[in-house]
Design a protein around this ligand. Structure first.
Ligand code: AOF
Ligand code: ZN
Length: 378
């Protein structure tokens, strides 16, 4: 048998379900699973918050006896390894499922085709690649970290009608309306970490958290590219570092080790830096010493910490840094009717100069603001 339009309908539902725990399953992918018998859904689940249990055993438990002879729809190949839980392929076999439809093969070297082989060896019919492009988009963070050793990077820009992203020296300037801002909060909640440059951190004094009621616990880790440890000690980021983690990416030459080295900082600088580090760390801020201008070095370091998705939110310089390094996977471009005029900070891009290699995925309206989404292949 091959994948039918009905199969695609159920897989679309499984993918939708999988999105429910995006950003909440730690380093595990958020997978959706449906158990369908005679066209009726008898079990459904998404990978649990924290990453375990996996989706399949939960959906099977809900289906119970009804799983015998049923079809399972899974957005990612069922696992074959004895990890922190027994293999999902074994559970599907034990429950007597007759057919498994999969969207995406698992690149995890412990699985990678073995899940499918286990199922087939047990006499289960397996169809792979159902709605694969959509499935891959839903697993973008996991797939990028597994195969490229870096997080999936989304660049979000809010641009005024005259092509500006803010006004110099004015802190946060309202560009998009409440509907678009609510949508960005949802995006933050789905993302592991959010990153801004020190310019934005100083001028905007942002919180970078999720404030949507019910989603507050899903704030991403907040990262600031702060080469010389200039983040104001009175900033909202420092004040809230114990509630939601803050990581400063500082140059190696402001590290405690550099202060001792020959040609390092002067004694006064060193004393000042020592006290800044002490206050920051005392407030719960983590400082990572890694060249902030080399995203190609920083991103693998973040992946190693288990960060699979990163949202770059500002400002123009940081956006350019990631664009020029070719390390943006998705662009979310909000265009608002607001006019900034005099003193505007020019956007690093607009709808007419999206870098080559990006495909326009669609347009949505949020109130009076227009969101255009562009993606590069995974
Ligand atoms: C599935 N269903 O819902 C998920 C899977 O650390 P462990 O033992 O939990 O294993 C993590 C791996 O399990 C992860 O890298 C990926 O291969 C798979 N995730 N597999 O069958 C699921 N979340
Ligand atoms: Zn599993």
């Amino acid at each position: 048998m091959s994948v039918t339009p009905d199969d695609e309908g159920f897989m679309a539902a499984a993918i939708r379900l999988s999105r429910r725990h995006l950003g909440r399953t730690a380093t595990n992918p958020s997978v959706g699973c449906l158990i369908v018998r005679d066209g009726v859904i008898v079990g459904q689940a998404v990978t649990a918050v924290g990453g375990r249990p996996h989706a399949e055993p939960q959906a099977l438990a809900e289906a119970g006896q009804l799983a015998r002879g049923a079809t399972a729809y899974v957005t990612l190949e069922p696992c074959s390894h004895h990890g922190k839980t027994p293999p999902c392929a074994e559970a599907l076999i034990a429950y007597g499922v007759a057919r498994v439809v999969i969207s995406v093969t698992d690149p995890d070297p412990r699985v990678s085709g073995r899940g499918i082989t286990m199922l087939r060896d047990a006499g289960i019919e397996v169809d792979n690649g159902a709605l694969e492009a959509e499935g891959r988009r839903s697993l973008a963070g996991y797939l990028t970290r597994q195969t490229k050793n870096r997080p999936y990077v989304t660049l979000k820009l809010a641009v005024s009608a005259d092509g500006m992203i803010g006004r110099a020296g004015e802190g946060q300037v309202t560009i998009t309306g409440p509907e678009a801002r609510a949508e960005v909060q949802t995006l933050r909640a789905e993302t592991d970490a959010i990153l801004v440059g020190i310019g934005t951190a100083i001028s905007d004094d942002p919180l970078l958290t999720v404030r949507t009621p019910g989603l507050e616990a899903q704030s991403p880790i907040r990262i600031v590219l702060d080469p010389s440890l200039a983040l104001p000690l009175t900033s909202k980021l420092v004040a809230t570092a114990r509630d939601v983690p803050v990581i400063l990416v500082a140059s190696e030459n402001v590290s405690p080790l550099a202060a001792d080295a020959e040609g390092g900082t002067t004694p006064t600088d060193a004393a000042d830096l020592d006290s800044r580090r002490a206050v920051l760390e005392g407030a719960g801020v983590e400082i990572v010493y890694c060249n902030p201008y080399h995203p190609e070095v920083l991103l693998p370091a973040l992946a190693t910490r288990g960060i699979s998705s990163l949202l770059v939110e500002g400002g123009a310089k940081t956006a350019r840094l990631f664009l020029e390094a070719g390390l943006v996977d998705r662009i979310q471009l909000y265009q608002a009717p607001v006019v900034i005029g005099e003193g505007g900070i020019e956007s690093p891009l607009d709808a007419t100069d999206i870098p080559s290699g990006f495909t326009h995925m669609g347009t949505q309206m949020f109130g009076v603001d227009r969101l255009d989404e562009y993606e590069r292949g995974l």
